[in-house]
Design a protein around this ligand. Structure first.
Ligand code: AR6
Length: 177
């Protein structure tokens, strides 16, 4: 698969510090907050975020909904709900790919050219990092092939291992970088 490499970036950082049009939150179906990156985003955005989330009526696994970013440097937060890893035979891979596709669709609806993703489902939801990174990159590359509305997708990894896996997945899917 050929790919304009400059559209994909892998960084190791706290996603709440990023100044891009939209960051993605790895939420749960209540959209009312939790631990991990969800907790960090709610803490950094402030209480107005929870107030807006309360009106969203939750979110299905694999779907995505947007809110404002409030005190975050990012203008929007796109909340998506990843699958809980249950061994791999419960549609987890398709649901995870759907999180990336739906988040990018919601980014386009909100005119966001730059979107940063955490490694959805790889924390509390226990999706194996290796497989998750490949799914994330593949779903994103396939999506970007059919739109000119997204300029940059940032895989914002929390640790070194996650960063390495995403870089590896990009090399595997797109050739040498
Ligand atoms: N910036 C970037 N990545 C982060 C950050 C951060 N500040 N904090 C954690 N990560 P998780 P999940 C990474 O557990 O697996 C919540 O309670 C982390 O290292 O946040 O989708 C929700 O409410 C990991 O690689 O999300 C749900 O109930 C990745 O983000 C549940 O957890 C995802 O880990 C969702 O679980």
């Amino acid at each position: 698969m050929s790919m304009p490499f400059d559209q994909l970036t892998v960084i190791q950082q706290d996603i709440t510090t990023l100044k891009v049009e939209a960051i993605v939150n790895a939420a749960n179906s209540s959209l009312l907050g939790g631990g991990g990156v969800d907790g960090a985003i709610h803490r950094a955005a402030g209480p107005d975020l929870l107030a807006e989330c309360t009106n969203l009526n939750g979110c299905e696994t694999g779907d995505a909904k947007s809110t404002f970013g409030y005190n975050l440097p990012a203008y929007y937060i796109i909340h998506t709900v990843g699958p809980v890893w249950q061994g791999g035979n419960q549609g987890e891979a398709d649901l995870l790919a759907s999180c990336y596709r739906r988040s990018l669709e919601v980014a386009i609806q909100n005119d966001c050219p730059r979107v940063a993703f955490p490694a959805i489902s790889t924390g509390a939801y226990r999706f194996p990092m290796d497989a998750a990174a490949r799914i994330a990159v593949k779903a994103t590359v396939e999506f970007l092939a059919h739109t000119d509305k997204i300029e940059q997708v940032i895989f914002c990894c929390f640790d070194e291992a996650s960063k390495t896996r995403h870089q590896q997945a990009i090399r595997e899917l797109c050739g040498q970088q």
